[in-house]
Design a binder for this molecule. Structure first.
Ligand SMILES: Cc1ncc(COP(=O)(O)O)c(C=O)c1O
Length: 408
């Protein structure tokens, strides 16, 4: 008797993603497993979401408990989990960010911050950076630099301009008394893992103060211990007027947030979204943030990231010759190649390592912050192997034992 074939996304999805041809069905810690039983060290982590690890038991227990109590509660009513999460977020935020708006994603957080900046200043212009990425909704996309993302959806929201990242003079030239906000990632993620230079964010803070523009940091990717601090801006000693958060905030349950200072007014009835800050997501976030603190994930990211960087620097000659630069902030690592990186992502997957690109030539590693040193050593070995062999050689080792032995 013939069995019905399992449904595939190729058949049913309206395709918007460049598909990798791997179907993931479970995960634990820094390991994910596909539908063929192959296991991978996951340096994608849901694109920087699974900081506390896949199937984190503390998050799973909090979700299960809350799912049996109350899952939804719109913002017109109060909720104990939401209040507790807002208090927690304010307590860990940079100074001056005393209130929170909750939403469901990074793009929604950026979108809200853009509206709040207009409402707060009565101005409409926004300055962001070249190579920036802020999301795919119309406002967030208008602040996103990459032409290939923007072009198909033009016309976008007017009033956005871009300055070269890490160039203070260009910010000074671009920001005026018509500027509502300067929007920056403290480490550009999608743009190639490019950290802000020392002093840059402080100088932009001063320019914003002089002109009355709001400073907005997008820490959707860098937040929640990824770069070796709870938030990447802490390293620079700069507090923004708004901080956009999402991705890792709730241990994998969709949630976003904007934390705002006192220049952002309350505006009842003027913004909102139905499912934002659901008790379910807030309970997950409380558990995830507690886990980050208890397990010292920021320190862990700092130490392991520096360690991995040293391993990558030891890469033997032929592989190293393909590397133009390694940039790293905690466990946010960009290996910039002298050639296109996509074929290497395939070769890495064949060796049991999932990795991302960040632009055409940068391999981006965003492992769960619970990843072990042994797993990272294996990632470094796999990278050295594929870069040493090069794309044309394309050796295909049998997949499986390579990773099996490393896990748990
Ligand atoms: C810095 C930054 N901002 C915003 C976003 C958009 O977040 P989301 O995909 O949750 O909408 C991303 C996503 O990668 C991001 O990296």
């Amino acid at each position: 008797m013939s069995r019905r074939a399992a449904p595939t996304e190729e058949r049913y999805a309206l395709q918007v993603y460049p598909a990798r041809g791997i179907t993931l069905v479970r995960g634990e810690g820094a390991i994910v497993e596909d539908d063929q039983g192959r296991r991978y060290i996951d340096c994608v982590a849901g694109i920087g979401v699974a900081n506390v690890g896949h199937a984190n038991p503390a998050v799973a227990a909090a979700v299960a408990e809350q799912a049996g109590r109350l899952t939804v509660c719109p913002g017109i009513f109060g909720n104990d989990q939401r209040a507790a999460l807002m208090e927690k977020l304010v307590s860990i935020a940079p100074p001056g960010l005393e209130r929170a708006f909750l939403c469901n994603s990074g793009a929604e957080a950026v979108e809200a911050a853009l509206k709040f900046a207009r409402a707060a200043t009565g101005r409409a212009m926004v300055v962001s950076a070249m190579r920036s990425f802020h999301g795919r909704t119309m406002g967030a996309l208008s602040a996103t630099f990459k032409e290939a993302y923007r072009r198909p959806f033009a016309p976008l929201v007017p009033g956005f301009s871009f300055v070269p990242f890490n160039n203070v003079a260009k910010v000074r030239d671009a920001v005026s008394e018509d500027t509502a906000a300067v929007l920056l990632e403290p480490v550009q993620g999608e743009g190639g893992v490019r950290p802000a230079d020392e002093g840059y964010l402080k100088a932009v803070r001063r320019i914003c103060d002089e002109t009355g523009a709001l400073l907005v940091f997008d820490e959707v990717q860098t937040g929640f211990c990824r770069t070796g601090r709870m938030f990447a801006c802490e390293r620079h000693g700069v507090a923004p007027d708004m901080l956009c958060l999402a991705k890792a905030i709730a241990g994998g349950v969709p949630l976003g947030a904007v934390l705002a200072g006192d220049r952002v007014p309350s505006m009842p009835g003027r913004h909102g979204t139905t499912s934002a800050g659901s008790p379910l997501a807030c309970a997950a976030a409380l558990a995830a943030i507690r886990f980050m603190e208890q397990e010292g994930l920021a320190e862990r990211a700092e130490t392991l990231g520096a360690w991995l960087r040293e391993r990558l620097a030891e890469m033997p000659g032929p592989g190293r010759a393909r590397v133009r630069a390694v940039r790293q902030a905690g466990l946010m690592i960009g290996v910039e190649l002298r050639e296109r990186c996509r074929p290497y992502l395939t070769l890495l997957a064949e060796r049991g390592v999932l990795a991302l690109s960040a632009g055409p030539t940068v391999i981006r590693l965003l492992p769960p912050l619970v990843v072990t040193k042994e797993q990272l050593a294996q990632v470094a070995r796999a990278l050295a192997e594929v870069l040493t062999a090069g794309v044309s050689a394309r050796p295909r080792p049998p997949h499986g034992p390579h990773v099996e032995s490393a896990h748990r």
